[in-house]
Write a protein that binds this ligand. Sequence first.
Ligand code: HMG
Ligand code: MG
Length: 312
Amino acid sequence: MTASRSLPSRAYLVDVGPRDGLQNEKGRVPADVKVALIEMLADAGLPSIEATSFVSPKWVPQMGDAAEVMARVRRRPGVRYAALVPNMKGFEGALAARVDEVVVFAAASEAFSQRNINCSIAESIERFRPVVRAARDAGMRVRGAISTALGCPYQGEVKPEAVRDVAQRLHDIGVQHAGVADTIGTGTPTATKRAMEAALAVYPAGEVSGHFHDTYGMALANVYACLEVGVATFDASVAGLGGCPYAKGATGNVATEDVVYLLHGLGVGTGVDLAKLRAAGRFISRALGRATNSRVAKALDAREGLAEEAAA
Ligand code: HMG
Ligand code: MG
């Protein structure tokens, strides 16, 4: 099947499960499990994996093993391994760990910026400035995430102008990509298009992505809305893992399996092998002792009689 003419023919997926998915887990997830998950995702054909965060372990204890995880992952050529970095200390960790891409994370709402990274939006940009310079000098790629682009748990509504403003500030300091994030999953397709268009006023379509938490069940509709405005890069989380520790009640990212099923159904290529991706989802769900949040994985498991095995 060929893609509908109005949609991009190919999408680029970033699995953020090992980072966004696991950062909120209360129980300690062993580094072994994280390493195995990352390797399974690479094996499934994910071109990019957000593997960990070099953040303060006082703030996010689950990511305290970032250096160990990165040191142990067997790197697959052609796969981009990314890590979140909030400041120079984090950058030094990421550099030593030879990550391919650092992700600086700002917010479109002041209230969320304070809760998540303990500073204002303007201060966060100043903190990122030397990080971006050092990363670019070291030949690393730099992506920016714009949290609360479609709503804030503390402040409520967030206007597209605020998204555009943060995108511009990130662009001005040399960030190469703008990830537009619906942290609390309240966005609907029209609002999503407006937020994407705000980022597209600053970045080309190939350097804008959507990051949708599926709290309100809107994520797949929002992925489709992105395709309609030419945005074809998406973050997603295997088995729909996750949530942000500073966005209470926000559930995981849209499941990568569900995004792959949608895209392949539309004739949009991803390079991802859905069967291998489901295996990665089964592995991590079993390790965490819970059922997958992927609707597609549940449906296919049931059809193939794997449901009981997956829950075991
Ligand atoms: P702070 O407390 O203001 O910073 O936190 P500080 O500079 O005063 O440092 C406090 C302590 O942390 C010090 O240790 C530092 O050395 C240490 P002490 O002297 O007390 O022993 N420290 C670090 N340790 C390791 N790595 C580092 C680091 N930095 C400081 N990089 C800070 C400010 C930004 C560090 C903190 O707020 C933080 O780490 N926040 C991270 C929050 C986070 O990871 N949130 C989740 C990820 S964002 C997200 O999920 C959203 C996203 O998915 C998109 C979306 O959905 O919206 C991306
Ligand atoms: Mg997130």
